[in-house]
Design a protein around this ligand. Structure first.
Ligand code: SF4
Length: 308
């Protein structure tokens, strides 16, 4: 029987050690390489195109959650979003050279303006609406709706799959073992959990942590779409296959093909899919792969920040 605390400590130690070695070499990030020899192929649940693949975000048959139009519009700031990232094929090289030697201090936070206050109010209204949502069958089995955590002032958003047992009990995303590992990853790469915004594709826990069903994704993702619209992140990190498929609109893509490549959300926001921390707990051999991918996240964030 493995010891979860020891597993986490080992993973965190490895991440910290890689960071230290990179810094000693004068690099802020690692070159992207293929998974190291001996890395086992992803399991079918992570690597294969899903038969219960994420549907398109558009055209939900269920009631779309509402957000006060005025507040959403004031936040929209149509011209404020930075230009979309470079094509995936060149993003890694560009990001690496652009960010080399630059120090990441704190993630910049949105100033507290009237527009921000309005969007915060809209998020609050949306969260309250979700807390009583009955748009899909998961309302029958959930304990608590898990809407989000972190700050909406952020420029970096993480999107996972769905709440697990701990999250369902506490009403917060990523608070269990996978959440602790996410904290370690975020910390090792130079971000702070308090400076990011975290949400899930589904707001309610699927029984026994089964995969989300297409109709559940279709019913629930309007909440996520509006969260993204209101938070307006500079970059999104998609955790796992379902988040990666939905946010990049590649419903049949395997995790192996999604991970480590900067794609775009439908509004042009760069999206970087990485393995879900829960998958990493199941297969610690992916530590290096995840480490490389979060370095891309860091580099892309720095590039976009410097781009203004
Ligand atoms: S999973 Fe989403 S759509 Fe389904 S009941 Fe929960 S909040 Fe509503």
């Amino acid at each position: 029987m493995s010891d979860p605390k020891r597993e986490l400590a080992e993973i965190a130690h490895d991440l910290g050690e890689w960071l230290r070695l990179d810094q000693e070499k004068g690099r802020r990030g690692l070159p992207v390489t293929a998974p190291p020899p001996g890395t086992p192929a992803p399991p079918a649940s992570e690597a294969q195109g899903s038969t219960s693949a994420a549907p398109s975000a558009r055209g939900s048959a269920t009631t779309k959650p509402t957000v006060p139009a005025k507040a959403a519009a004031s936040r929209a700031k149509a011209s404020s979003r930075p230009a979309a990232s470079a094509p995936a094929a060149s993003a890694k090289t560009t990001a690496a050279s652009a960010s080399r030697g630059k120090k990441l201090d704190k993630i910049e936070l949105e100033p507290i303006t009237a527009a921000y206050t309005a969007s915060l109010e809209s998020l609050k209204v949306l969260g309250e609406e979700a807390s009583t949502c009955k748009n899909c069958g998961l309302c029958e089995t959930r304990n608590k709706v898990v809407f989000s955590s972190g700050t909406a002032r952020t420029k970096v958003m993480f999107v996972g799959e769905a709440p697990g047992a701990d999250e369902d009990r506490q009403g917060l995303p990523f608070v269990g073992r996978a959440g602790k590992l996410l904290d370690q990853i975020i910390d090792a790469v130079g971000f702070d959990r308090e400076e990011i915004y975290v949400a899930n594709i589904l707001k309610c826990r699927p029984p026994n942590n089964r995969d989300p069903k297409p109709e559940e994704i279709e019913a629930c993702t309007p909440y996520l779409e509006q969260q993204i619209e209101l938070v307006k992140p500079r970059i999104i990190c998609a955790l796992g296959r379902f988040a990666g498929q939905f946010l990049t609109d590649q419903p049949k893509a395997s995790m192996g093909s999604l991970r480590g490549k900067v794609a775009k959300y439908k509004d042009g926001t760069p999206v970087l899919p990485i393995y879900h921390p829960a998958a990493l707990l199941r297969n610690p051999n992916w530590k290096r792969v995840v480490w490389e991918d979060v370095q891309i996240l860091r580099q892309e964030y720095l590039r976009l920040r410097d781009q203004g």
